[in-house]
Design a protein around this ligand. Structure first.
Ligand SMILES: Nc1nc2c(c(=O)[nH]1)N[C@H]1C(S)=C(S)[C@@H](COP(=O)(O)OP(=O)(O)OC[C@H]3O[C@@H](n4cnc5c(N)ncnc54)[C@H](O)[C@@H]3O)O[C@H]1N2
Ligand code: MOO
Length: 587
């Protein structure tokens, strides 16, 4: 087995070296490396002043020790003392301008100041050296832009052919379906030989969801992100306040600071002090007053009980837990993180999802239709449903109802994704191959293949091991409403649960239903797409038009799935519930 790759972190800073400032960039960078590159071992951390020769000496020492990766932080700017790029250039044999380019171009998307970096990256012996900015945020941010390519870069530098080949295979798979996939073992049945009855037992929805949660215990990775990039992600750590908010006793209003001992009477206004002005404008002489702005630091009033002050730490006090692991970050969380001076957070990596649709009748929405063809609405509906819940996914397109092609598509998706969602081809037709390909070509376990629900009966859930890793497959029905409703009821809760979110379930409210079902002959419990409103102090739910499972408009504007029990007697009332998939409307 290859030894763990090594990493050294060099902080270049006169002030940190002189211990006038803490090495927070070095500290945050260490955390970022541990999170992003868990296989790397940080073997040395040093601080040197902004001195060209001292930097060169330190870099040469680590290059001599065959360290794989050296990250420097600091000394890359325009100040006269900034010499890290010159020192790095003196050590490296080959420059790596692509790495520098990526850091600068991504930085420029955030701030024009990005152009003021003179960072140099390059190779010396068996070592990759990367210059990063000196600020904690800049260093972590720039590292995050290039972190994914570092293991491959090091495999190339050290000529580790096994890793290089594996990485190349992955890169190829990203742009096209895998090569060399053997034909499927599935024998295409003649119409007369197809099974007449599903061999899968019919599960209730709750049983199906329990099974999904039980079977899906894939390891969740964490990653450290700058707070600017953390919206909608789930915290993998409890967060403590770094600072008191406010960090000083502050004025709550615009007004005047006066000396209480002066009593009533006119004052001479000495000057005006706004929030952020230095407090040495005070103390006041007898009879003097200072005009102060909201947020002004009120040193003189610290001992008074004035109600027009926000006391130090009164919004949040230093070292208290402000957010808990498992919270999904919204705008206000990020504002509070900024207020307390927390610039990075550890979050759970969301599972990576791949989607394809199946059907010989399907065309892309922008293509012309021949007789018998329809446009693929499921793929874009599902991809965007996932996006609404903050999951990006890989799109593998429309796949023909042919086992060889389905096999290739599944193999490609499983190479890159943790979770695969397909639609169509899961019921009883002779072209319904998804389950058979999963079983016969991938040795998958089909945990269920039928659920007692309308829409969504043929929903299929499978797990399998692919290249040593557990993978999850949802074969959703082809009917567009069935695909979206089952994605909402099974896939989205699982993804939220896998991501470590505390509140992963949709809110459910009790509701008395009396609406009779759209098809009286169907005994399945039905999830009616409904508009749920708050009217005169009461919750009212109305079915959102026709409920046939091809009519996707029933989901347009729907904010609830109203459960109608299995066998309903018309006009009788039943206590059931509504699953809220959107905000309640006010009428
Ligand atoms: N003999 C039986 N037939 C059917 C059963 C059954 O239990 N026994 N179940 C029915 C139910 S319920 C559903 S739901 C569908 C699901 O069938 P499949 O998942 O195999 O889906 P397909 O047959 O491929 O397609 C069904 C329907 O949806 C249209 N479709 C498919 N993909 C798309 C797409 N990407 N965009 C838009 N529309 C799509 C397709 O053209 C069909 O009209 O099976 C029933 N049959
Ligand atoms: O269950 Mo299917 O989903 O009726 O349309």
């Amino acid at each position: 087995m290859n030894p763990a790759p090594t990493c050294c972190i060099l902080t270049v800073s006169d002030t940190c070296f002189a211990k006038l400032k803490q090495d927070s960039a070095g500290r945050e960078l260490e955390k970022a490396v541990n999170t992003a590159l868990p296989k790397f071992r940080i073997v040395h951390k040093e601080i040197v002043p902004d001195d060209r020769q001292k930097i060169i000496d330190q870099l040469n020492k680590w290059v001599g020790e065959q360290c794989n990766l050296i990250l420097t932080t600091g000394g890359t700017g325009f100040s006269p003392r900034d010499v890290t790029p010159e020192a790095t250039r003196a050590v490296i044999e080959r420059e790596a301008p692509g790495v520098t380019h990526e850091m600068i171009s991504r930085s420029l998307e955030m701030t024009p100041m990005g152009m003021l970096s003179r960072a140099v990256c390059g190779i010396a012996g068996k070592t990759l050296i990367i210059n990063l900015p000196g600020s904690e945020t800049g260093a972590v941010e720039c590292f995050s832009f290039v972190q994914t390519c570092i293991p491959h870069a090091i495999a190339l530098i050290t000529d580790d052919q096994d890793v290089v080949k594996k990485d190349h295979k992955k890169i190829k798979k990203r742009v096209r379906f895998i090569d060399g996939c053997e034909p499927s073992s599935v024998v295409v049945n003649q119409v007369a030989e197809r099974p007449r009855e599903s061999p899968y037992p019919m599960l209730e929805v709750e049983e199906a969801l329990d099974l999904i949660l039980k079977e899906c215990t894939v390891p969740v990775e964490t990653v450290r992100l700058v707070i600017e990039d953390s919206l909608h992600r789930v915290l993998a750590e409890d967060v403590l306040s770094y600072d008191d908010i406010p960090p000083f006793d502050a004025s709550m209003k615009d007004g005047y600071a006066v000396r209480a001992s002066d009593g009533d009477g006119p004052r001479k206004i000495r000057n005006a002090a706004a929030a952020g002005d230095a407090p040495n404008l005070l103390p006041l002489e007898a009879g003097e007053a200072v005009r102060i702005g909201t947020g002004f630091r009120q040193e003189l009033m610290r001992s008074s009980k004035s109600k027009i002050q926000r006391r130090l730490g009164s919004d949040l006090s230093k070292n208290t837990t402000i957010f808990l692991k498992g919270e999904r970050l919204k705008f206000a969380h990020i504002g509070v993180l900024a207020a307390v001076g927390k610039s990075t957070v550890t979050i759970y990596k969301p599972a990576s999802v791949g989607v394809f649709t199946t059907g010989n009748e399907l065309k892309e929405h922008y293509e012309d239709l021949q007789p018998g063809q329809i446009r693929d609405s499921n793929r874009l509906a599902l991809i965007n449903l996932l996006k609404e819940y903050h999951y990006d996914c890989d799109d593998y397109g429309i796949i023909k109802d042919e086992p060889d092609i389905i096999k290739k598509a599944i193999a490609t998706a499983l190479t890159l994704n943790d979770v695969l969602i397909t639609t169509g081809g899961v019921s009883m037709g002779e072209f319904d191959f998804i389950k058979r390909v999963l079983i016969e070509d991938f040795n998958a376990t089909i945990h269920f293949g039928r659920v007692n629900m309308k829409p969504g009966k043929p929903t299929t859930f499978a797990t399998l091991e692919y290249e040593g890793v557990k993978k999850i497959v949802f074969g959703l029905p082809g009917n567009p409403v069935s695909a979206c409703v089952t994605c909402l009821l099974f896939v989205i809760p699982l993804l939220r649960h896998l991501e470590g979110e505390n509140e992963w379930q949709f809110p459910v409210i009790p509701y008395v239903v009396s609406t009779h079902k759209s098809s009286c002959s169907d005994p399945r419990p039905e999830y009616v797409r409904a508009i749920v409103s708050y009217v005169d102090g009461k919750i009212v739910a109305t079915p959102n038009g026709g409920q046939v499972s091809s009519r996707l408009n029933s989901l347009v504007g729907a904010n609830g799935l109203m459960l109608l029990p299995g066998s309903m007697i018309p006009a009788k009332e039943y206590l059931s519930h509504i699953i809220l998939i959107g905000d309640i409307k006010a009428r």
